[in-house]
Design a protein around this ligand. Structure first.
Ligand SMILES: Nc1nc2c(c(=O)[nH]1)N(C=O)[C@@H](CNc1ccc(C(=O)N[C@@H](CCC(=O)O)C(=O)O)cc1)CN2
Ligand SMILES: Nc1nc2c(ncn2[C@@H]2O[C@H](COP(=O)(O)OP(=O)(O)OP(=O)(O)O)[C@@H](O)[C@H]2O)c(=O)[nH]1
Ligand SMILES: [Mg+2]
Length: 458
């Protein structure tokens, strides 16, 4: 959909429940668009003073039948969440009450159900927020841990958007300097001087972009750390995930090769999200299904932030200095000695040459499990720590920032050899990539991706 079509589309009025599905004490229905005022007037019999709650009996326009008594609010545009005329009906949350009030609104004509994210999309199109703020709001609504909430809150209120817009404006200024040179190409010193002014500014900007790209905390904070439990068959991996989750999530049996599919469990460890993976025991597979399970296990182990290599202490010391995982994990690797309640010798969980974290525990008795939880919380806490918030927290942000940095780098490295025109073009492409991130330039396709993530009513 083009931006022009989208603006025309905003002539329609939308309505939806914004307070979530299912019965609740109170439900909030929002109506946004030109029919919001007339609709509220018709159902409530009056328009309250702007931005003041009033108690009203809501009646069906066809027969005047009372539907509910609730609080109504009126936000004339542009001072509203969407920037349009917006009415809010805070009614009792029973499903039939909500259905009756929505039915009455739709019966008026000119009002249709809102699509997923459509209120936020209108807020964006009306300049009430940029795209990174809209994403922050989506994250705020789905935040499950304190760490996720803090990060989402910062982004919802401009943490990234303001930085990106400042970067973009600096590029535009550098471009203007160089283009001034183009206009005065016949006067020899002007271009040289203009270029000299732009250069240190661009160098500083590139350093900032590169620092933001080097900060890898974002994905870990937003999506949580991925911790893979790996080891030989029967090592006690599934028993360990059950102990950590405090639930019977995985099948445990003395038959080696029990686990096939990768099982995921999300945990909140002191405000940080951790996704634990239980994986198939690694060995030469017995059958096709187990082979596929092991292939999947290796794939996830290789990508995990942390691998817990579980070694069965009841069979004694592990026969290796470090576990033989063919695909070396990109993340950290800890050794966890399991079944210490059944350990045969005085094996204490140590392995010669093993420098990283070592832990010993028993899923059966629970000994050592708290120690592992503490260590995991410490691990994620350290990885996600810092007094500032990471800026580039989504693949979309990284893509655009990488592209911008790439164009600035090209400009800097080719500096003396590049004509003013080519230099300005690289900077223009860099500014465009940053503009796409906040949505200040042509982003129809990006809009769908961003707003698809929202629920109905946002
Ligand atoms: N009942 C209710 N609670 C809610 C929302 C809502 O829509 N309804 N929100 C839904 O997201 C959030 C609050 N977001 C809002 C954002 C802007 C405006 C607004 O009216 N802004 C005007 C006036 C600001 C002012 O009074 O100073 C403006 O910015 O011009 C209202 C809510 C969370 N709580
Ligand atoms: N004594 C003792 N036995 C344990 C402990 N943890 C697991 N076991 C036993 O070890 C066997 C294997 O446990 P699982 O958790 O299924 O092992 P796994 O590593 O998931 O095995 P696969 O999925 O086949 O790779 C089962 O018989 C468990 O009861 C423990 O802490 N102490
Ligand atoms: Mg298992």
């Amino acid at each position: 959909m083009s931006v022009q079509q989208e603006s025309a589309n905003q002539a329609t009025t939308i309505a939806a429940v914004s307070s979530g599905a299912g019965a609740s004490a109170v439900a909030v229905i929002r109506v946004s668009g030109p029919q919001a005022g007339p609709a509220l007037q018709t159902l409530a019999g009056m328009l309250p003073e702007p931005r003041r709650a009033r108690l009203a009996t809501l009646r069906h326009p066809a027969d005047g039948a009372a539907l509910d008594r609730g609080l109504v609010l009126w936000f004339p545009g542009p001072r509203s969440a969407t920037g349009e005329d917006l009415a809010e009906l805070q009614i009792h949350g029973g499903p039939a009450v909500v259905a009756a009030v929505l039915g009455a609104l739709f019966s008026l004509g000119g009002i249709r159900p809102a699509e997923r994210g459509e209120f936020s999309r209108r807020a964006f199109l009306n300049g009430r927020m940029d795209l990174t703020e809209a994403e922050g709001l989506a994250d705020l609504i789905s935040a499950e841990t304190e760490g996720q909430r803090r990060l989402a809150f910062a982004h919802a209120f401009g943490h990234l958007g303001q930085r990106v817009e400042a970067w973009r404006l600096r590029l535009v200024r550098a471009m203007a300097l160089i283009e001034a040179g183009i206009d005065f190409a016949d006067e020899d010193d002007v271009p040289a001087e203009a270029r000299a002014l732009a250069r240190p500014e661009l160098q500083a900007l590139l350093a900032e972009l590169e620092a933001a790209l080097a900060d890898r905390r974002g994905a870990m904070m937003r999506e949580g750390a991925v911790v893979a439990i790996a080891g030989l068959p029967n090592a006690g991996k599934s028993s360990l995930i059950n102990a950590l989750a405090a639930r019977d999530v995985a099948i445990v049996s003395d038959e080696p090769g029990t686990t096939r599919d990768v099982l995921e469990v999300a945990l909140d460890l002191r405000g940080h999200k951790v996704t634990l993976l239980d994986t198939a025991g690694l060995r030469d597979a017995v059958g096709k299904v187990e082979a596929e399970g092991i292939r999947r296990a290796r794939h996830r182990i290789a990508q995990a932030d942390l691998v817990l290599w579980v070694h069965d202490a009841s069979v004694g010391r592990p026969p290796f200095a470090r576990p033989e995982i063919d695909a070396a994990p990109a993340g950290a690797l800890w050794l966890v000695a399991s079944k210490i309640d059944a350990a045969t010798d005085e094996y204490d969980g140590t392995v010669p040459g093993w420098a990283e974290q070592r832990l010993a525990l028993s899923a059966a008795t629970g000994a050592g499990v708290d120690g592992l939880v503490d260590a995991l919380a410490g691990f994620v806490g350290t990885r996600a720590s810092g007094t500032d918030h990471p800026a580039l927290i989504r693949a979309r942000h990284r893509r655009d920032a990488t592209e911008a940095a790439c164009h600035v780098r090209t400009a800097m490295s080719g500096w003396d050899g590049l004509s003013d025109e080519l230099l300005a073009e690289e900077l223009r492409l860099a500014a465009r990539a940053l503009g796409r991130m906040t949505g200040v330039i042509g982003v129809e396709d990006v809009l769908d991706v961003v707003f698809r993530e929202f629920c109905i009513g946002k």
